[in-house]
Design a protein around this ligand. Structure first.
Ligand SMILES: Nc1ncnc2c1ncn2[C@@H]1O[C@H](COP(=O)(O)OP(=O)(O)OP(=O)(O)O)[C@@H](O)[C@H]1O
Ligand SMILES: [Mg+2]
Length: 306
């Protein structure tokens, strides 16, 4: 058994009967809403568009009637707040320290979109006492039934924290551009996750390309390397987002491109990807609620760090 699946088993054993096995990937409002789809958006190289893509993807899901929670997990250079033009006073570190309740730090940025702002403290959960961990988990429990999607904007690179978020998520979207360094760094990320942690499924979204052909070349390069060298790993092609000056202008205006220019080429592609994700059930179903996502995250950081 690989390390990731044995850890998942440990997490499940810690909470017998609490996780729904083979839960349907998609929930409609009114159905059991306790299993949001947790998607991490990650990259090997920095500056490839993760934060902008998460922000506009969240807007696209909300337009489709879904409730979205963004976890700004870029603990070093959090800038989701900038894209939404907000300046959060508190962040997750205040919840970890016990100064604030989770509900007090969550920001409603747009109808149907909430953000948990990043903060220090998630880097090394091994330093938390059992009491602090239980408190943190019970705070996350309160989110049950309130969200359909959790989108995680991770930091770049293969630091352990980024890896744990990716492992704990139900699915992992890797963002790469056509730059060679972005491609090699995306491969390095999948190599570590596949070889060291047994994570085998990834989706690729190629950003800042001139057209579909350029994106396909990036996908072919990466998928050939994955097929050849990463035993059993599968890289799916989610699609591409074109290089778009409108996206840059929207960053300057501190708004997601989906909001400022819903008809821009990048917005159209992101809207399309949101629909595609919604219409593609998860391969193995969502493994529990937001609390259990956090629990998995903690278990990975404990087992691999501590
Ligand atoms: N499709 C696009 N077209 C044009 N420019 C883009 C596009 N996507 C991203 N950019 C540019 O790249 C910059 C970086 O994007 P963003 O901050 O979303 O990347 P990131 O991957 O989150 O970076 P980091 O790794 O630092 O968190 C944006 O400010 C924007 O100027
Ligand atoms: Mg970012």
């Amino acid at each position: 058994m690989d390390q990731a699946s044995s850890l998942r088993k440990i997490v499940k054993r810690q909470a017998p009967g609490s996780i729904k096995k083979n839960a349907p990937a998609q929930k409609h409002k009114g159905d059991d809403m306790t299993s949001p789809r947790v998607i991490s958006v990650t990259s090997g190289k920095g500056g490839v568009g993760k934060t902008n893509i998460v922000a506009s993807l969240a807007m696209a899901f909300s337009k489709l009637g879904k409730q979205v929670l963004i976890l700004d997990a870029d603990l070093g250079l959090a800038n989701m707040d900038i894209i939404f033009g907000m300046r959060p006073e508190f962040n997750i570190s205040h919840v970890i320290s016990g100064e604030k309740e989770l509900s007090e730090i969550i920001v409603d940025v747009r109808p149907g979109i909430k953000i948990i702002p990043a903060g220090s403290g998630l880097e090394d959960l091994t330093t938390l006492t059992e009491g602090q961990k239980l408190h943190l988990l019970s705070e996350f429990e309160a989110l049950d039934g309130t969200v359909d999607f959790v989108l995680i904007d991770t930091g770049a690179g293969i630091s352990s924290n980024v890896i744990y978020f990716n492992l704990a998520a139900d699915e992992c979207i890797i963002i790469a551009t056509h730059e060679p360094t972005s491609i090699t760094d995306a491969y390095a990320m999948m190599k570590v996750m596949s070889n060291n942690h047994g994570a085998k499924r990834y989706k690729l979204l190629v950003n800042m390309v001139k057209d579909a052909n350029e994106a396909k070349t990036v996908y072919l390069t990466l998928s050939q390397a994955v097929d050849r060298f990463l035993n059993g790993a599968v890289l799916e092609y989610l699609g591409f987002i074109p290089h778009d000056e409108k996206l840059k202008t929207s960053v300057l205006n501190r708004k997601p491109v989906m909001e400022l220019y819903p008809d821009a080429p990048s917005s159209r592609q992101i809207a399309d990807k949101a629909k595609l994700i919604l219409n593609t059930p998860l391969a193995k179903g969502s493994e529990g609620n937001v609390k259990f996502f956090m629990k998995r995250f903690m278990a990975y950081s404990q087992a691999l760090n501590g």
